[in-house]
Ligand binder design. Structure first.
Ligand SMILES: *Cc1c(COP(=O)(O)O)cnc(C)c1O
Length: 380
C-alpha cells in the first residue's frame, strides 16, 4: 500500500455545483471543532437561522439547515408533508421534477404529473387545469430553477395557484437560493429546500430548508408517523429551536456549519439584491462572449437562469473531449448535459463565488481555444 496525503488540484468550478468556495469560507471550515452543544456553537446556530431567514426572505421561525445534501432537504419536505393516500401534483420539466415524483411515490402518495418539455418552464395553465381536475389534491410540488436544463419557472404564480386551490407548495430552490430572486414570504411558499454548494458557494453537504406556519400545522396534525426517523422535522425542531433546552438528536456537522455561517455572512454583507444583480451581469457577459464564438443558448431568454447556462455543443465537436481538455489544460470544470441533453449540451454554472468576471473571461477564452483545435472535431 502506498497511499500518501490527498492534495486536490485547484479547479475553477463552473458546472452545476459544487461552485467555487471562497477562501473565507474555507478558512472558517478549518477552525477548531467544538462540541455541538457548546454554548458558543448554539449561539452560532441561532445566527445561521437569522442569516438563512434573510437568504430565503422569510420570517418563518422554522428555518434551518438539514445535516445532509439538497436531496435530503427534498426528502425532508416530502416525508413530513405527505401522508399515505394523499394526492400530490408534481410539475416536471427536467431531472429534478422527476425526483419529486419518486419521493411522492415512496411516501405512499398518489402522483398527478404536469409535464412540460425539457428546456421550457412549468406552465401555470397546465397546473391550473390539473388543480381543477383533481380537487382532492393537497400539495403542489415544483422546481424553481431546473438545473438540468437551465430554466427558471414562475414560482410566484405557481404558488398563487396552489393557494387558490387550497394546496400547500413544496418548492425546490436548490439552485435558485442566492442566485435569483426567491421571496418565500411574499410569494407564500410553504416548504422550500436548498443546498449549500450551489449559489451559496459553501461546501457540499448541507440543505437549508424553511417551513411556513401552514406547513408546520400540517405536520403537527399528521395521523401517521413520518417514516424517516432522521428527517422527522418534529424531532429536529427541538434540536434547532429548543427554547428551553437543546436536546441531542444527531451530531451536527460542526465545521460545515462554520462554513455555512461564513457563506451566509458574505451574502448578507454584499446584500441579496446586489448578489442577484451580479449573477445577471455575469450571465450577460458570458452570453456576449459565447455568442461571439458561435455558441448558442438552448433556453429562451425569457426564462434563462443566470446561474446555470445551458448551451448547445457546437456541431462536430466531441463533448467529452472538450470537457476533458478544459479540465486538463485550464483546470476548468463545466457541466455535461443530463438525461436527454447528454452529449448535446453544456451546463455552465455561474453560481455564487463562481459568478466573477475572471471566471467568465477564463471560460470564454478556454472554450474558444479548445473548440477551435482541429484535432477535436469528430467529422474528420
Ligand atoms: C443539485 C440539485 C439537487 C440535489 O442537491 P444535492 O445537494 O446534490 O443532493 C436538487 N434539486 C436541484 C434543482 C439541484 O440543482
Amino acid at each position: 500500500m502506498n497511499i500518501a496525503r490527498f492534495v486536490p488540484p485547484h479547479r475553477v468550478l463552473m458546472g452545476p455545483g459544487p461552485s467555487d468556495v471562497s477562501p473565507r469560507v474555507l478558512q472558517a471550515l478549518g477552525q477548531p471543532t467544538i462540541g455541538h452543544l457548546d454554548p458558543y456553537f448554539i449561539g452560532m446556530m441561532d445566527e445561521i437561522k437569522t442569516l438563512l431567514q434573510y437568504a430565503f426572505q422569510t420570517q418563518n421561525p422554522f428555518t434551518i439547515a438539514i445535516s445532509a445534501p439538497g436531496s435530503a432537504g427534498m426528502e425532508a419536505c416530502f416525508v413530513n408533508l405527505i401522508e399515505p393516500g394523499e394526492t400530490v401534483i408534481v410539475c416536471r420539466n427536467g431531472v429534478f421534477g422527476d425526483r419529486m415524483r419518486e419521493n411522492v411515490e415512496r411516501c405512499g402518495g398518489l402522483c398527478i404529473m404536469v409535464d412540460d418539455e425539457w428546456g421550457a418552464p412549468v406552465s401555470p395553465e397546465k397546473l391550473e387545469q390539473a388543480l381543477k381536475e383533481n380537487p382532492q389534491a393537497s400539495i403542489v410540488a415544483f422546481v424553481h430553477a431546473e438545473t438540468s436544463t437551465g430554466v427558471l419557472s414562475d414560482a410566484k404564480t405557481l404558488a398563487e395557484l396552489a393557494q387558490k386551490y387550497n394546496c400547500l407548495s413544496i418548492v425546490d430552490a436548490v439552485t435558485s437560493l442566492g442566485g435569483v430572486p426567491l421571496l418565500v414570504d411574499e410569494w407564500g411558499l410553504d416548504a422550500v429546500y436548498s443546498g449549500s454548494q450551489k449559489c451559496l458557494s459553501c461546501v457540499p453537504g448541507l440543505s437549508p430548508v424553511t417551513f411556513s406556519s401552514r406547513a408546520l400545522e400540517k405536520m403537527q396534525n399528521r395521523t401517521s408517523k413520518v417514516q424517516s426517523w432522521f428527517l422527522d422535522q418534529s424531532l429536529i425542531l427541538g434540536y434547532w429551536t429548543g427554547e428551553t433546552q437543546r436536546s441531542y438528536h444527531h451530531t451536527a456537522p460542526v465545521n460545515s456549519l462554520y462554513a455555512l455561517h461564513e457563506s451566509l455572512l458574505l451574502l448578507k454583507d454584499e446584500g441579496i439584491e446586489r448578489v442577484w444583480q451580479r449573477h445577471r451581469d455575469m450571465h450577460l457577459l458570458l452570453k456576449n462572449k459565447l455568442e461571439a464564438i458561435g455558441i448558442k443558448f438552448l433556453v429562451d431568454a425569457s426564462c434563462r437562469l443566470p446561474q446555470l447556462n445551458a448551451v448547445a455543443v457546437p456541431e462536430g465537436l466531441h463533448d467529452p473531449d472538450v470537457r476533458k481538455a478544459l479540465l486538463k489544460e485550464y483546470n476548468l470544470e463545466i457541466g455535461a448535459g443530463l438525461g436527454i441533453l447528454a452529449g448535446k449540451a453544456w451546463r455552465i454554472g455561474l453560481m455564487g463565488y463562481s459568478a466573477r468576471k475572471e471566471n467568465v473571461l477564463l471560460c470564454a477564452s478556454a472554450l474558444k481555444e479548445v473548440c477551435s483545435a482541429p484535432f477535436r472535431k469528430t467529422a474528420e
